[in-house]
Write a protein that binds this ligand. Structure first.
Ligand code: BGC
Length: 780
């Protein structure tokens, strides 16, 4: 396609229109200019490709595809090469389904264990998340498909994700919340980046020129297309100016009209629109060369199993109770027969096959003892205890039920269902050899951890999760996964516990996220970042540093083959501008047979030492290079003199929380960090509502919004057999997405059911202007 020629032939109306989707999944075709439509579908851990007529309501209806382990499990492999192979497999399935863009990976930072989408994200550590995301993108794009790196940026909670404001200081923004995106963009050049719903310091991501142009394109060299998250566009004019190209899913005639008028009146330079059109056309053009190859579904299932095996984390294994012998074992727990293998929301995949743990261990006696919601009766407990006594080892499978974590809402707490805790306790009372297999997308409180002999954390292991659990339990494969987020003892230990989950979220803890907080605060944790056991053992020796090259020897000293994840941390000098006690700057997974040793090599770069202070700068001084098996298990270390600048700490830092990490940061301290006072925004009241307000926010003040809520509820309930069941995460997600999203977004995503004039009219009414509302509704 001669893109410039096509742009010259297009009318202004056509150009604006091309920058809005045709429907839920397609861009617009313009045959008069030889422009075909292209299709996008969700990732990130498999293809959620809906038939052409489908929309958001049919969230669980999609064509069969391989459900790979979710990012919590795939990330825990620390295996870039394997993750790239997963990406390649997803790319092939996309090509076979006629999909050009796969919406993933997600590399938002896991700030709190309660984040509803933690299971879809890779880590609490930005370096790690970025490196792994780059691997997935590389694999995916090797097939011709384009990835969509999401959700850019600072989208670390689900509560009010569509109109909330993430408030943070520049250093934290750069070092923690942008770094993962930066690495993935620079290393793998995803075809598209998806901007998030939320505001960042008061500016919507979609309107944010600093984010989408200055940082993403100018500083990082991104040359692809920016697509909105579905319904995230706030303002078409500001969006064009900011470099936000494609508005999905469509249905925003009013925004197009506004852009047209703005060009005509000279408020918007047509060059912005041309630049976006060019990027849309480049993506469309590139998509034409995707070639389909036959999909080997069995091979993809086997790959999903391999990822699940490498991503499972052995948290505890007292007296080497694992691996076990099948004939000596009983299986207990609803989830053993009904594997919780993926999360709810837009990443929900219709698997080609699904193997539970009981199916993978058909000769092991089994008792479900409980239901899918985590309820367990007294009778279940009695039965579980009886079963547990029948064999040498009792394996209890528990975890977070579907209703506990999902896109669109955060977890209410860090606990397991009470029924699951009771079940583990009852089994542990009956059998001293109790093993727990744990399923769920993020850290959980484990009150019984000291009472059981082993804990195998499978995360959400995808469609082959049952087979993976079986081969790990029986020792066909030695566990090698390591945690990519710290597991605190309880939610009370989480530093952002008081600021997480608010509409305007103050990121007061700054750069002290995950182990950066726990390690410097010397807080005891249940399991540290990077932690995971094996059926074998490894020793580390010969740490050599030569300039920026580092090497270390790792040896398997145990009796079985296994893999170790070697982690390189940099411990910066303390005393100047505040810094964490260590930060991950390299990792390698190495497979070793018994007695075998291998040398692992790393290369450091300037960023390994740098911090953000009006640019990336290296504070000079003595750094310590640490090689560890987790952030709390440093095996070898060596000092390094690193030349750099002297960065003077501001006077306010002395004795502040950011230096001491004692207690929690106050608002005043955080404002010092921000560099200015941060006004507290009051919730808008009747008379102040705007198109950024949601039906949920307005319904208490307005009859029309109450009606709107009820109508939406019944429309959604219809596709759930009339049931308004908040324990069904798909229903809860739908109702939240539809009623707690800004009015502008309802128009964009409603597939034509809500016109702009109707929305404007309702808004006037909600603001107490009934007749103005009627007038607006009658406007064509
Ligand atoms: C989600 C995205 C997803 C999109 C399309 C949004 O609500 O946040 O992750 O790709 O929907 O399904």
């Amino acid at each position: 396609m001669d893109i410039q020629q096509v742009i010259r032939q297009m009318t202004l109306e056509e150009k604006i229109s091309l920058c809005t989707g045709a429907d839920f999944w397609h861009t617009k075709a313009m045959p008069q200019h030889g422009i075909p439509a292209i299709k996008m579908s969700d990732g990130p851990h498999g293809l959620r490709c809906q038939e052409d007529a489908a929309d958001m309501i049919g969230i669980n209806d999609s064509i069969p595809a391989t459900c790979f382990p979710t990012a919590v499990t795939a990330g825990a492999t620390w295996n870039r090469e394997l993750y790239a192979r997963e990406g390649e497999a997803i790319g092939k399935e996309a090509a076979a389904a006629g999909v050009s863009v796969v919406l993933g990976p997600g590399c938002n930072i896991k700030r709190s264990p309660l984040g509803g989408r933690n299971f879809e994200y890779i880590s609490e550590d930005p370096y790690f998340a970025g490196k792994m995301a780059a691997a997935l993108i590389r694999g995916q794009q090797s097939t011709g498909a384009s990835s969509s790196l999401k959700h850019f940026a600072v989208n670390s909670q689900e509560y009010k994700r569509q109109n909330g404001d993430s408030q943070l200081d520049e250093r934290t923004f750069r070092e923690i919340y942008l770094t993962a995106f930066e690495l993935a963009v620079k290393e793998a050049q995803p075809g598209t980046v998806m901007c998030s719903y939320n505001k960042i310091n008061g500016i919507h991501a979609s309107d944010n020129k600093e984010l989408l142009t200055d940082i993403l394109r100018t500083q990082w060299g991104f040359d692809g297309l920016v697509v909105t998250d579905w319904g995230a566009l706030n303002d078409r004019i500001e969006g064009f100016k900011a470099g936000c190209d494609l508005n999905m899913p469509g249905g925003s005639k009013f925004m197009e009209k506004a852009a047209l008028e703005a060009v005509r009146s000279g408020k918007l330079d047509e060059a912005f629109i041309d630049a976006s059109v060019e990027r849309v056309l480049r993506l469309v053009d590139k998509s034409q060369s995707i070639s389909q190859t036959a999909v080997d579904w069995d091979a993809h299932h086997a790959l999903a199993q391999q990822v699940a095996e490498q991503g499972a984390v052995l948290l505890k294994n007292e007296e080497n109770i694992l691996p076990l012998t099948e004939s000596d074992t009983v299986l207990i727990g609803h989830m053993a027969g009904n594997l919780r293998y993926q999360g709810s929301g837009s990443s929900h995949i219709n698997p080609t096959k699904l193997v539970s743990i009981t199916q993978a261990l058909p000769h092991v006696p089994y008792a479900p003892c409980g239901d899918g919601l985590g309820n367990v009766t007294e009778e279940d407990l009695r039965h579980a205890a009886e079963m547990a006594k029948q064999r040498k080892v009792a394996v209890v499978v528990v975890g977070l039920p579907d209703s506990y974590e999902s896109e669109a809402f955060d977890r209410a707490h860090m606990r397991l269902p009470e029924g699951h805790n009771a079940l583990v306790e009852a089994v542990a009372d009956a059998n001293p050899n109790t093993v727990v297999v744990l399923l769920g997308g993020s850290a959980m409180a484990l009150p019984w951890a000291d009472r059981v002999k082993a804990i195998l954390y499978m995360g959400l292991p995808g469609q082959a999760g049952g087979e993976a659990a079986a081969s790990l339990l029986t020792g066909k494969v030695s566990p090698s996964g390591k945690l990519t987020e710290t597991w605190p003892y309880a939610y009370e230990d989480v530093i952002c516990k008081d600021t997480f989950g608010k509409k305007n979220t103050e990121y007061r803890e700054g750069i002290y996220v995950g182990y950066r907080y726990y390690d410097k605060a010397k807080k005891a944790v249940r399991y540290p970042f990077g932690y995971g056991l094996s059926y074998t053992a490894f020793t580390y020796s010969n740490l050599t540093v030569c300039g920026r090259k580092v090497s270390v020897e790792v040896k398997n000293t145990g009796a079985v083959s296994g893999a170790e994840v070697v982690q390189l941390y940099i411990a910066p000098p303390q005393g100047g501008l505040f810094r964490p006690v260590r930060e991950l700057k390299g990792f390698e997974r190495v497979e070793l047979t018994p007695g075998e040793a291998k040398t692992v090599e790393f290369t450091l770069d300037d960023r390994s030492f740098a911090i953000w202070k009006d640019g990336w700068k290296i504070p000079g001084g003595t750094y310590t290079l640490q090689i560890g098996a987790s952030s709390r298990d440093i095996r070898l270390e060596q000092h390094m003199e690193v030349p750099g600048e002297e960065l003077v700490a501001p006077a306010w830092q002395s004795g502040s929380w950011y230096e001491t990490l004692s207690g929690a940061p106050t608002r005043e301290e955080w404002e010092q960090l921000m560099g200015h006072p941060v006004p507290v925004t009051a919730e808008p009241q009747k008379g102040q509502f705007t198109m950024d307000s949601t039906c949920m926010e307005m319904k208490e003040h307005s009859f029309i919004m109450k009606v709107q809520y009820k109508v939406t509820e019944s429309i959604i309930a219809k596709s759930f057999g009339g049931k308004k069941d908040l324990d069904d995460p798909a229903y809860r997600m739908m109702i939240t997405c539809a009623t707690d999203c800004p009015m502008r977004s309802v128009v964009i995503s409603s597939g034509g059911m809500m016109s702009d004039s109707l929305a404007q009219g309702m808004l006037h009414m909600a603001n107490g202007h009934f007749f103005k509302g009627i007038k607006a509704m009658l406007k064509k």
